[in-house]
Structures are given as structure tokens and as C-alpha cells.
Write a protein that binds this ligand. Sequence first.
Ligand code: ZN
Length: 151
Amino acid sequence: MSPMRCSLALSLLFAGSTVYAAPNCVVKLTGNDMMQFDLKSVTVSASCPRITLELAHVGKLPVAAMGHNVVISATKDVADLANAALKAGAAGGYVPKPDPRVLAATPMVGGGSTSRGGFAGKSLAAGGDYTFFCSFPGHSALMKGVLVVTK
Ligand code: ZN
């Protein structure tokens, strides 16, 4: 092993021994028939190759009455996207497509179903102002939370 490689190995070893929290690359939420997510804040890392989204609809109402999904966008875009979702309509899953402001969106599901999706962590900036919300008509006022992004 060359001296250079040796010192690299040592520094990696040192980094591994310091306080280190594994980056969170999974967002798990539940939604209910009361138009609520179970969490108001979720933390993920921009270093995740892929961030997985999972929303379990634990209610009983059908998707047409109480559909839920998870959409991620910059906080400043939430109101505009909620309006665009109305225009996309039920046929479009209440998600405007294609729209670069939608960083990620899972399919709309009804009670008893689980909705999954994912996106690359690099589409987020550490320290940025992001929100996760449900784009079903009228839901984003209650069904939203802060997506905290770490490095
Ligand atoms: Zn909803």
C-alpha cells in the first residue's frame, strides 16, 4: 500500500469512529380518515442515493372521498401546486405532470392501501425549505409537514 492510500485509509477509519448518524433515507407516514398525517416533520438526507416514500392509509374511506398521497416540493410552491392538482383532477391523480416543482409524488390511495414512491436525495438542498403534503382537493391545509433536509 502506498503512503497516500495508507493515509486515506486512516482518515476514513477516523471518520468512522467519530459521532456519526446514518442518513435517513426513508419517509414513513400514515394518513387517516380525519385528513391527518401522523407526523408534522420528517428529516431526510440530501446524500441519500434514493429517498423512499411510504404512506399507509389507515382509514376506511375510499380514494374518491378521502384519497391521500405524499407530494414533496419547496414550501413556496405548495399553494400553487395544490391549485394545479385541482386542475389535474382525479384522472391525473391530483398531481400536475410534468411539473418540475413536484420533486416527488406517490399515487393517490384510499383506506387500507399503501402508497409508495421515491426520488433522489440530490434533488434536495441541505437546509432548504421543503414541505410534504397531500394534494387531494382541500387536504393540503391540514395534511402537510416540514421536510427537514440534512447533508
Ligand atoms: Zn389526503
